[in-house]
Design a protein. Structure first.
Length: 108
């Protein structure tokens, strides 16, 4: 069964540009490869522009990924390129990300 993953990431606003640069250079190419191999259905990274819990000086992102199943999720999360990226950005994060994983019920 396909999975939907939603993650909220938080960074100090002063480090948001560096996070975005690293993401574009290191994660986005991996996303493209997974999409080409049909191991991703869809994926997006969206800076939050409005919400109930916004904090001044903090840049938040919604990371949304749709995958065919848990095997593809595990393959991405354990990919060496992604793990190297995490080593760089984890110290930049303001706390642990909020993560939700669901099984797709409806989609258009």
């Amino acid at each position: 069964m396909s999975q939907t993953i939603a993650i909220i990431l938080r960074f100090d606003a002063d480090q948001a540009g560096e996070f975005e640069r690293l993401f574009k250079d290191e994660v986005y190419p991996l996303w493209e490869a997974f999409k080409a191999e049909q191991r991703f259905i869809a994926a997006s990274l969206s800076p939050v522009v409005d919400g109930d819990e916004m904090i001044e000086g903090v840049r938040e992102y919604i990371l949304h990924v749709e995958l065919p199943g848990p095997e593809e999720h595990d393959a991405f999360d354990t990919h060496p390129q992604f793990l190297r990226f995490l080593e760089k950005v984890r110290p930049m994060q303001l706390g642990e990300p909020k993560v939700w994983i669901g099984e797709m019920l409806f989609q258009i």
